[in-house]
Design a protein around this ligand. Structure first.
Ligand code: SF4
Length: 357
């Protein structure tokens, strides 16, 4: 199955179809998923399609959009007596406004890397005298795991600093931002949870094609072809080109768990600003497990990009990583200046790794 989706001959055939359907027209397509950017850059997809078709990366890296002020606040929390902060490895080296979790750790903060929220809960059970705080970030893909644990019941010494974000409101924000966008490649992983319906609403409201794609080169090429074809035909459907993983209705149990644990709130996306109804905070009945409440952490964190860093423009698809003057000079994966150079899902880190664009 996998080899078929990486078959160069099939991919080249789809590229030829894209060329035929595009007829030289300018089409600008955005995706909002770090894994899509990885495939597009690694497979050289931009080099295979006509120059008139631009495929740009949007804010699809959860680590990159986590506000610097939140990173500062959680880093400071890790320095408090009796507190252990757990998080995913990618977040450790992301520079906040003034510090990072790795700097806090070097200064004596108790920061531990975990692979899942379940690891963090296990730590809480094994260390009942410590407060274990999980810095929980990510889109609809990771939020259900935290939600399921919270709803099921967690130890009293376990809490969550929730910085989860929702993708469709961010897509709507981008559609109303005034930027030229002719269609979206919708994120495959997120779509396994939310299904097709949210994109249908956006396609109807804004008259733009939305196509869910998988992560192999052929998947992405078929997504591009679908959008280019819809633009040529003047249609705007939400299509699912990733039926082997995404059901029309998504994963109802996961969505229900998210609804039970979280309420939708406005959220700050790093380098972008506040996007209405694009975040999730723990519902008040779980306040005892909400680190922000438990430790009286202030909300509405300020956000600053490091001087000279173009991540805000990169995340909006307005700037290619190599257009940032710091790319590959002051900013490299081994000493990242901005958040987009840290994570394996960050656009700058991907482009640097594969030396493309
Ligand atoms: S190259 Fe570095 S500084 Fe420039 S936009 Fe990317 S992450 Fe930010």
């Amino acid at each position: 199955m996998q080899s078929e989706f990486r078959d160069r001959v099939l991919v080249a055939k789809v590229a030829a179809e894209i060329r035929e359907w595009s007829r030289g027209a300018e089409v600008r397509i955005m995706h909002v998923c770090g894994t899509h950017e990885w495939t597009i850059t690694h497979a050289g997809i931009r080099e295979m399609i006509p120059e008139s078709i631009k495929v740009v990366a949007g804010p699809g890296c959860p680590v990159c959009v986590t506000p610097g002020g939140e990173i500062d606040a959680v880093s400071e929390l890790s320095l408090r007596k009796g507190v252990t902060v757990t998080t995913f490895g990618d977040l450790l080296r992301v520079p906040g406004n003034t510090t990072s979790l790795s700097e806090a750790k070097a200064s004596g903060g108790d920061v531990k890397v975990v692979y899942s929220v379940a690891d963090s809960i296990k730590m809480a059970k094994e260390n009942p005298r410590r407060n274990i705080v999980h810095f929980s970030i990510g889109f609809e893909t990771t939020a259900p795991m935290t939600a399921i644990e919270i709803v099921r019941g967690v130890p009293p010494n376990f809490s969550v600093f929730a910085s989860h974000k929702l993708i469709p409101p961010a897509m709507e924000f981008l559609l109303t931002s005034g930027a030229k966008l002719d269609g979206f490649i919708c994120p495959g992983h997120v779509s396994t949870i939310i299904g097709v319906k949210p994109y249908r609403a956006l396609a109807d409201k804004y008259g733009k094609p939305m196509v869910i794609s998988g992560f192999e080169p052929l998947d992405v090429m078929l997504g591009i072809l679908n959008i280019v074809r819809q633009v040529a035909e003047g249609t705007h459907r939400a299509d699912n080109e990733y039926k082997r993983a995404v059901r029309d209705s998504g994963n109802e149990a996961a969505v229900e768990a998210m609804d039970r644990a979280f309420e939708v709130r406005d959220a700050h996306w790093r380098g972008i600003g506040i996007i209405k109804s694009s975040g999730m905070g723990l519902r008040s009945q779980y306040g005892g497990h909400d680190a922000a409440v438990k430790f009286r952490m202030k909300g509405a964190y300020q956000d600053r990009m490091p001087k000279g860093c173009g991540c805000g423009e990169v995340l909006l698809g307005n700037m290619a990583p190599k257009e940032c003057p710091l790319f590959g000079i002051e900013c490299k994966p081994e000493h990242p200046v901005g958040p987009c150079m840290v994570s394996a899902e960050g656009t700058c880190a991907i482009v640097y790794k594969f030396k493309r664009i």
